[in-house]
Design a protein around this ligand. Structure first.
Ligand code: AGP
Length: 615
């Protein structure tokens, strides 16, 4: 998604803004730009392409100024080019604006403005907004923040905006609805950004602006917040400590953020259990939802809403919750759930899973569930994110900032938190024998160490990648707990290597996909020795009989599947419900190596965004 950053204070803004853009690159973008106020004019420099290209373009330009804004754009209206890149000027070039979100009624607003003499240079919805602000400021004769507020009362859509004006050269006017904004406090200076990664090296004193609020940030003055509706007083804002460190944002010697985050998983999984799993006392407790445990235990059903990889974590939870707690669980794509007029009962509990906590469809599903009276819990990775703040309660995954667009450590942290929730509720409901409970919590505690052993076969996985990278298709099969992992493994491969990979329940192969099987369709089967193992062996034999090539993920010591496979990945033995935490790791590494061999941009795959804050 787009990234925004702004600065006002006593330092040169340019280096702060450019470094901030680099920090926001992971969100996915296709152009970048900067605007600086200097000597009563606004200089705007913007280019299609990467931030580095903008930096080269600015080398011989006047980039002085202590007030500025900068933007990475992920195109929604208007193709990626120099004209559509942000920032955008008002007609008189006295104001400039950057925007993350979508203005849904921009065409209507644009027509009205054109009828009033405005001329536009871009195809963007964003340019319409700065012209609307200018039009109101001039015709209503109001000061800048009031013009912004009045303009936003006419806007339908989502936004995180920063506006600057030469008439208020030491002020940033900031507003948000549905897209994130964090405000950092320095010494007589303010930082504004889409997330903390862009400002963490300057301050850890932050405020998270709430939806439909406007903040006026003037150098040397206190922050002033008002609401767009104006009649509504803003909630009090308390300065919080930004829970992020600079070291977490660096690659730490790895070639890519994704590889670093794959190898961080023993630690991130341990962190997601820290303070929540005490095997010595046999206690599992999630502080963030302890007040809602009864809602969960007495719920008619649990509905899990999420997108992408987070949806796959929800599928793992479905198997766990129904197996351990015996409560009906439904898992829904948030984008489908929000528009299909779902039946939601007041005694339903909805769990929203989101790494970024900013995914528009998941946030909308949360709001719908709340409107219908359900209890809504969140499992997010970004502290203070919109979904985390919109839900009644929740648990953070504590995986640390995930920079790579392809989600890895956030997924296993989500599954870990969901596992803790299942164990805690199963114990409270008396649905689990003591010896089994004791075994499960001890086994869960051993998972980080077992992942460390999987890293030892990274070179072998790389060899398998050298086989897979030449194909343009792949089929991933799994049953029961391994079915969501087949989906997740296929998503990892497709989103970073651009190979068309499909995940399927192994038995479903007979109902269509088997027509695809030949020597040009590698088939990856997760065939760990649990539950439906014998059925999976039969599925593999069906593939072999049609000259299919088998790459299998098996439990260490396996022989049956091993003898049928062309390539084998062995993972440590564990409880069936914990296999997803282990089986995912080699699939992440496989996708990573294939993408590298195919020369792809692993951390910022084409067309993808880290946080999809628009529909
Ligand atoms: C995962 O690798 C993808 N980048 C994507 O599917 C992601 O999981 C999805 O967009 C949901 O994001 P969220 O967890 O931040 O809501």
């Amino acid at each position: 998604m787009c990234g925004i950053i702004g600065y006002v204070g006593n330092k040169d803004a340019h280096p702060i803004l450019m470094q901030g853009l680099h920090r926001l690159e992971y969100r996915g973008y296709d152009s970048a730009g900067i605007a600086l106020i200097q000597d009563e004019i606004i200089n705007i420099y913007k280019r299609q392409g990467k931030v580095n290209e903008l930096e080269c373009y600015c080398k011989d330009k006047d980039v002085s100024g202590k007030t500025g804004i900068a933007h990475t754009r992920w195109a929604t209206h208007g193709e990626p080019n120099n004209v559509n890149a942000h920032p955008h000027f008002s007609s008189d070039k006295k104001m400039a604006l950057i925007h993350n979100g979508i203005i849904e009624n921009y065409q209507l607003l644009k027509t009205e403005l054109i009828n009033r003499g405005h001329e536009f240079s871009s195809e963007t919805d964003t340019e319409v907004l700065i012209h609307l602000i200018e039009d109101i400021k001039r015709n209503e004769n109001v000061e800048l923040s009031e013009a912004v507020r009045l303009a936003l009362t006419q806007v339908v859509g989502t936004y995180a905006i920063i506006v600057i004006s030469i008439e208020n050269p030491h002020t940033l006017v900031v507003a948000r609805k549905g897209s994130p904004i964090i405000i950092g406090f320095g010494q007589d200076e303010f930082y504004v950004a889409s997330d903390g990664s862009a400002i963490v090296e300057y301050t850890d004193k932050v405020v998270y602006l709430n939806d439909e609020e406007i903040a006026i940030l003037t150098k040397g003055e206190d922050i002033h917040v008002k609401t767009i509706k104006n009649k509504v007083r803003p909630q009090p804002h308390y300065i919080e400590k930004l829970e992020m460190s600079l070291s977490q944002l660096e690659k730490g010697g790895y070639e890519h953020f994704m590889l670093k985050e794959i190898f961080e998983q023993p630690r991130s999984i341990a962190d997601s259990m820290r303070g929540r799993l005490n095997s010595a006392k046999e206690i599992v407790s999630l502080g963030g939802i302890v007040e809602y445990e009864n809602h969960l235990l007495n719920s008619r059903r649990i509905i899990i809403v999420a997108c992408g990889t987070s949806y796959h974590a929800g599928l793992v939870a479905e198997y766990m919750f129904e197996d351990l707690i015996r409560i009906p669980v439904e898992v829904e794509y948030a984008s489908e759930f929000r528009y299909r007029n779902p039946i939601i009962y007041s005694d339903d509990v909805v769990i929203a899973i989101s790494q970024s906590g900013e995914t528009a469809d998941t946030l909308a599903a949360v709001e719908l569930a709340k409107q219908k009276g359900a209890t809504v819990l969140g499992i997010c990775n970004v502290v203070g994110s919109a979904i985390a703040r919109a839900t009644h309660a929740g648990s953070y995954t504590h995986a640390g900032p995930e920079i790579g667009v392809a989600s890895t450590k956030a997924f296993t942290a989500q599954v870990t938190v969901l596992t803790l929730m299942a164990l805690c509720l199963a114990k409270r409901k008396g649905k689990i024998a003591k010896h089994r409970y004791t075994h499960l919590i001890n086994e869960l505690e051993s998972i980080p160490q077992k992942i460390e052993t999987i890293f030892k076969i990274n070179d072998k996985i790389k060899e398998i990648a050298s086989y897979m990278e030449k194909f343009n298709n792949a089929l991933y099969l799994g049953r029961n707990y391994n079915y969501p992992i087949a989906l997740e493994g296929a998503l990892k491969l497709k989103e970073i290597s651009y190979i068309h990979a499909e995940g399927y329940p192994a038995a479903e192969m007979k109902h269509g996909p088997i027509a695809l099987i030949d020597e040009d369709m590698p088939v990856l089967v997760i065939a760990t020795n649990k539950g439906t193992y014998d059925k999976v062996v039969s599925n593999i034999q069906v593939v072999k009989s049609r000259r299919g090539k088998i790459i299998s993920v098996v439990t260490e010591g396996d022989t049956d599947v091993k003898n049928l496979s062309d390539y084998v990945i062995e993972i440590p033995e564990t409880e069936e419900m914990f296999v997803p935490l282990l089986a995912t790791i080699p699939l992440q590494l496989l996708a990573y190596h294939v993408a590298i061999m195919r020369g792809k941009d692993v951390d910022q795959p084409r067309n993808l965004a880290k946080s999809v804050t628009v529909e």
